[in-house]
Design a protein around this ligand. Structure first.
Ligand code: GSH
Length: 249
């Protein structure tokens, strides 16, 4: 196992905290570089050299004496466990049924929950006009995906998504489920998922990792309607600005 030389480029978002939570669960040393996505730092040339997609999270490391650049949270999580989780604290050995089951749920989050809930957030909070079809489509699709998770967790003996331990599949979902209310999804509809979210939140690694690069405030924010409106308005302004820039490319 090579010595970690990890820098995490991140912001306080559900995708960003996946990586800091995994790093904390693994007990790995890492440097943090905060990326101010409201200022479009993620679109600057130096950052695009690390992640051509111009989004956080990204991670750099030294692998076999060569610099390596990782982007896409799922790819970063797989890299971390393959390189540094030799004891399988948050993963399973390659080739086992559990290894493939983790992949199932990891891809489910990255291709399903993340994108759908992201669009639910967009249409519910950031769109310049209220488009009922967009809101309904993405909120309901997120609710459907939450229902699948809830049903699956109802059959889990350990309370985790795969086997007897917390894995990168759980870690990948947590920040999104903790922020369900921001997308207009009521977690109370999903008792098994709600209990899982609380079980995750009680872990030391989750508690440490969620406050990177700054305090994780979404759970408090969701209790304050006025603050939520204020936050949404601020975000709406820079998101719309960023979209205008992207459309010109
Ligand atoms: N599929 C990507 C999604 C990354 C993503 O959407 N990141 C957001 C923050 S959660 C971002 O960087 N947004 C800034 C932008 O779109 O310019 C992943 O899982 O890493």
């Amino acid at each position: 196992m090579s010595q970690p030389d990890i820098t995490l480029y991140t912001a306080q978002t559900p995708n960003g905290i996946k990586i800091s939570i995994a790093l904390e669960e693994l007990g790995l040393p890492y440097k943090v570089q905060k990326i101010d996505i409201s200022k479009n730092t993620q679109k600057e040339p130096w950052f695009l050299a690390i992640n051509p997609n111009g989004r956080i999270p990204a991670l750099t490391d030294t692998l076999n004496n060569q610099p390596i650049h990782l982007f896409e949270s799922g790819s970063i999580l797989q890299y971390l466990v393959e390189q540094y989780d030799k004891d399988h604290k948050i993963s399973y050995p390659q080739g086992t049924p559990e290894y493939y089951a983790v992949n199932n749920w990891l891809f489910y989050q990255n291709a399903g929950v993340g994108p759908m809930q992201g669009q639910a957030n967009h249409f519910s909070r950031y769109a310049p006009e209220h488009i009922p079809y967009g809101v309904t489509r993405y909120v309901n699709e997120t609710r459907r995906l939450y229902g699948v998770l809830d049903q699956h967790l109802s059959t889990s003996k350990s309370g985790w998504l795969v086997g007897d331990r917390v894995t990168i599949a759980d870690i990948s979902h947590w920040g999104w489920v903790a922020a369900a209310g921001w997308a207009g999804v009521d977690i109370e509809e999903y008792p098994h998922l709600k209990a899982w979210e609380e079980r995750m939140a009680a872990r030391e690694g989750v508690e440490k990792g969620r406050h990177v690069p700054e305090k994780h405030t979404i759970k408090d924010l969701l209790k304050n309607k006025e603050e939520m409106e204020k936050k949404a308005e601020e975000a709406r302004a820079w998101i719309q600005e960023g979209m205008k820039k992207d459309a010109k490319v």
